[in-house]
Design a protein around this ligand. Structure first.
Ligand code: CP
Length: 306
């Protein structure tokens, strides 16, 4: 049974094929209207979400399938103590594929070990978020024309930001990507990403604190929210939450061709005055998320023989 728990579960060629398929669906959605007729997607969200859950559900509906699930642990039998393994074994009796978000790192992996249907990790704690990465890659490729040879600034909460961890894992497999990691000292990348992924890949990377100093070098700027829900105390969150606020004045030294991405939700990190700047890609990025999830559902169902 094929699952998607970590972006590295997909070979680079498979990622490119998924992005090609997502572009094809984007161009001709009418060709896919019946592709998942009689199929069901279960969305098991033990943690809040707007984009990921709703884009998965919209994706399955636009493929002609149906959706079921829950959007908070409190409305499932997890609140009575049921394990994620038992939950997915049961949900596998009702659905053909499962997208799961959970606050505990590794929960989707644990679930996948007992599941009879494909499990998609829709975000596990501060660990990974592989379908956001497919979304980010589709956005970069469409905006910049390639996944190779550019400098990306990753800015904000690099410690708890699971989208950053998965995106780094994916981009280290591309050619000539240079990483500039911009964060306060307390929110630097975890060692397992810096050492085991970035350093091991041989990619060029730097860690800095000042966004303004590196702005002119960047081809892509990936802004992130400080992840309040992962902090152990509110005091630290309040001290760090406004470390970086992107404003039109700060963009004056940026390239005209810069692509500004953000996985969203945004809190304060990007001034809304930037939303109408052609370099702001984050709402297009949210749209692309539906198309990569359509492509992923098709791939996993096909491989599962469904
Ligand atoms: N980008 C993202 O995961 O957003 P949601 O938390 O709204 O799903």
């Amino acid at each position: 049974m094929r699952h998607l728990i970590d972006i590295r579960d997909l070979a680079q060629g498979e990622i490119v094929s998924l992005l090609d398929l997502a572009d094809g669906i984007f161009a001709h959605p009418e060709d896919y209207r019946e592709a998942c007729r009689y199929k069901k997607l279960a969305t098991l969200f033990f943690e809040p979400s707007t984009r990921t859950r709703l884009s998965f559900e919209a994706a399955m509906m636009e493929l002609g399938g149906k959706v079921l699930g829950f959007s908070e642990a409190a409305s499932s039998s997890a609140s009575k103590g049921e394990s994620v393994s038992d939950t997915v074994r049961v949900v596998g009796c009702y659905a053909d594929v499962i997208a799961m978000r959970h606050p505990k790192e590794g929960a989707p992996l644990a679930a996948s070990l007992r599941s009879t249907v494909p499990i998609i990790n829709a975000g596990d704690g501060g660990h990974n978020h592989p379908t956001q990465t497919l979304t980010d890659l589709m956005t970069i490729r469409r905006e910049k024309g390639s996944l190779d040879n550019f400098t990306i600034g990753l800015c904000g909460d690099l410690k708890f930001g699971r989208t950053v961890h998965s995106l780094i894992a994916a981009l280290t497999r591309c050619e000539g990507v240079r990483f500039v990691c911009i964060s306060p000292e307390e929110l630097r990348l975890p060692g397992y990403v810096r050492q085991d992924v970035l350093a091991k890949s041989g990619a060029q990377f730097a860690e800095v604190r000042d966004l303004a100093e590196v702005m002119p070098e960047l081809d892509v700027l990936y802004m992130t929210r400080v992840q309040r829900e992962r902090f152990f105390n509110e005091e630290d969150y309040l001290r760090l939450k406004d470390s970086y606020i992107l404003t039109p004045a700060k963009l004056e030294s940026a390239k005209r061709s810069l692509a500004i991405l953000h996985p969203l939700p945004r809190v304060n990190e990007i001034d809304t005055a930037i939303d109408d700047d052609p370099r702001a890609c984050y709402f297009r990025q949210a749209l692309y998320g539906k198309f990569v999830r359509m492509a992923l559902i098709l791939k996993l169902l096909e491989e599962a023989g469904k």
